[in-house]
Ligand binder design. Structure first.
Ligand code: SAM
Length: 239
């Protein structure tokens, strides 16, 4: 999968080359291209923003600079490349969205700053490409770079071969296949006894059936407590 990120702070994306993502890039599973938006500015100050029409505080990113950047980056990319625009005013980005992006050949992430990007950019490119405005949560960040890292890591870990153990994603919170979209329950490792606290006995019983049903009930309990909005999503609970 190819991911292009357009930003005024390319250095912000340095962590994308670490750990799991770094390995995916080295293996060629993920092709990451980070672009500095200022390379498309036309004046000697490399200006990329201006005051908002209608007045008000802050600055808005200019459509002409963004337009030229996207024109150039899109040359030669498949027509089903998606343009993803992180914004608090977007559609919530969830694990269901992540699963859909894993299927697409390429994504361009457009990182906003200040008051955001002139809306005409998305009207214009929306005529030829799918443009998705996504929000990573109900809070306001200073820029789209952190949201892009969130997108990148969530999508890349589901690409084939990226996780050491493909199975582990199936048990994760929100995974549809086994947990039906519920949260994962608590996990434990050695030592068996730590500061007077013991691992639940069922986990050391060796009885796989009992372990599975304990995990299922812990998952249901935690989901009801922490995320009642998710409801009872486990397939067996729905019957
Ligand atoms: N004026 C905008 C609004 O109120 O909707 C907020 C702009 S914010 C200060 C600057 C940039 O941060 C946005 O263009 C976007 O790229 C990014 N951003 C902020 N919060 C975000 C969120 N919850 N999800 C995704 N991107 C976000």
């Amino acid at each position: 999968m190819r991911i292009d990120i357009v930003t005024v702070f390319p250095e912000y994306l340095a962590p994308a080359r670490l750990s799991l993502l770094g390995k995916a890039i080295t293996a060629g599973t993920l092709q990451l291209h980070v672009h500095d938006l200022r390379d498309w500015a036309t004046d000697r100050h490399r200006t990329i923003d201006d005051t908002p029409f209608g007045g008000g505080p802050g600055m808005v990113m200019r459509p002409d600079v963004w337009g030229q950047a996207l024109d150039d980056i899109l040359v030669g990319l498949p027509s089903d490349t998606r343009i993803v625009v992180p914004t608090p005013a977007g559609v919530p980005f969830t694990q269901r969205s992540v699963e859909q992006y894993v299927e697409v050949p390429g994504v361009i992430l457009a990182c906003g700053r200040y008051e955001g990007i002139d809306e005409r950019v998305w009207e214009h490119f929306g005529e030829r490409f799918a443009v998705d405005q996504i929000s990573i949560g109900d809070y306001v960040l200073a820029g789209g770079e952190v949201a892009s890292l969130v997108f990148l890591e969530a999508v890349a870990r589901l690409l084939p071969g990226v996780l050491g153990n493909e199975e582990s994603a199936l048990d994760d919170s929100f995974a549809k296949q086994r947990t039906g979209g519920a949260l994962e329950g608590p996990v434990y490792t050695k030592p068996r006894s730590w500061r007077g606290l013991d691992v639940p006995t069922v986990l050391v019983s060796g009885d796989h059936g009992k372990v599975a049903s304990w995990r299922a009930s812990e998952s249901t309990r935690r989901t009801a407590r922490n995320r009642p909005d998710l409801g009872s999503l486990r397939p067996e609970d729905q019957e």
